[in-house]
Design a binder for this molecule. Structure first.
Ligand SMILES: C[S@@+](CC[C@H](N)C(=O)[O-])C[C@H]1O[C@@H](n2cnc3c(N)ncnc32)[C@H](O)[C@@H]1O
Length: 295
């Protein structure tokens, strides 16, 4: 099999791809706006999002994949490298760790963190490696953003040697992340659904039967899904909404200064249930962790 060939999408995959393509087109516009008016979105992501949301998941996903010294492991949609670094802690120096991402900006930040990890540009839908090259393939908070999630899963499965482990983590439904649900409802009241709905793509695979269906469509029949809790933490309500305003996958570039000021004033009241007396914000953002072992 040609290792660069993407699997052809199933009907379910194609329908989902159309939905995500619309989101990705909008995201690209935002990415340009963000780049022009702020700093590199990958730097923003690494500085603000990783510590608030995703740093805790790297070691957890690496543990779920039972990464051991000497393993060869691939992180798909590695971003700025939080999961690949946790995998490297366990697998290197005897093993091999590869982080792959479609964004050169993300890889640029990742490269500064480790030269022992191989940082490879590429698409999840056409992984540039031979069949059965890895003991473990991992991915966190990325599958719901891929253009063809089923095609990507087929490719990840192809990477595994017999006995190899696949672990994929995606956020649970928006309704189960109470702080983000409250923010989405506030955006709806203030600005309507065009802006409020921009909070939804990161949670697009939160519906468990739908998530399981993608793996079935990819020919990965036997999967286990656990839903694990994990806190989102910000220094303040202002920090939370400022971070979201800079996010290329949600509100990035959407709100002008007047709208942002209105949001800030109302958020201080409407999100106050999530702030402690010192102002720090904390709420649960559960993840579905899907594991499968290649026969
Ligand atoms: C929300 S970030 C998560 C990054 C990282 N896994 C983490 O935990 O911080 C999603 C990543 O998926 C990447 N991505 C999106 N579509 C992709 C595709 N089709 N192939 C490879 N990477 C993709 C983005 O560039 C981004 O770095």
């Amino acid at each position: 099999m040609n290792p660069r060939a993407a699997a052809s999408p199933s009907p379910a995959d194609a329908a989902f791809a159309r939905h995500v393509a619309a989101e990705m087109n909008a995201k690209d516009k935002i990415m340009n706006t963000t780049t022009a008016t702020n700093s590199n979105p990958a730097e923003v992501y690494d500085r603000f999002f990783v510590p608030a949301l995703f740093a805790q998941w790297g070691p957890r996903v690496a543990a779920a994949a039972q990464i051991a010294p000497g393993d060869h492991a691939l992180d798909v949609g590695c971003g700025t490298g939080v999961l690949a670094l946790a995998v490297a802690e366990r697998a290197l120096p005897a093993g091999r760790v590869v982080g792959l991402d479609a964004s050169e900006e993300m890889l640029g930040v990742a490269r500064r963190k480790s030269s022992a990890i191989e940082w490879v540009p590429g698409k999840a839908e056409s992984l540039p490696f031979e069949d059965a090259s890895f003991d473990a393939v991992l991915s966190q908070v990325a599958l719901m953003l891929f253009e063809q999630p089923v095609g990507a899963l087929r490719q990840m499965w192809r990477m595994l040697r017999p006995g190899g482990r696949l672990v994929v983590a995606v956020p649970d439904r928006l309704e189960n992340s109470p702080g983000y649900l409250a923010l989405t409802e506030l955006l709806q009241r203030l600005f309507g659904s065009d802006i409020a709905d921009r909070m939804r793509p990161p949670f697009a695979l939160g519906d468990e039967p739908r998530l399981r269906g993608l793996f079935v469509d990819a020919g990965i029949g036997e999967v286990a899904i656990t839903t694990e809790h994990g806190p989102v933490r910000f220094d303040s309500i202002d920090a939370m909404i400022s971070t979201e305003r800079a996010c290329v996958w949600t509100l990035g570039g959407l709100l002008d200064a007047e709208q942002f000021e209105r949001l800030r004033r109302r958020a201080r009241q409407d999100l106050s249930a999530f702030a402690a007396t010192d102002g720090r914000v904390e709420f649960d953002m559960p993840m579905h962790v899907v594991t499968a072992c290649r026969p």
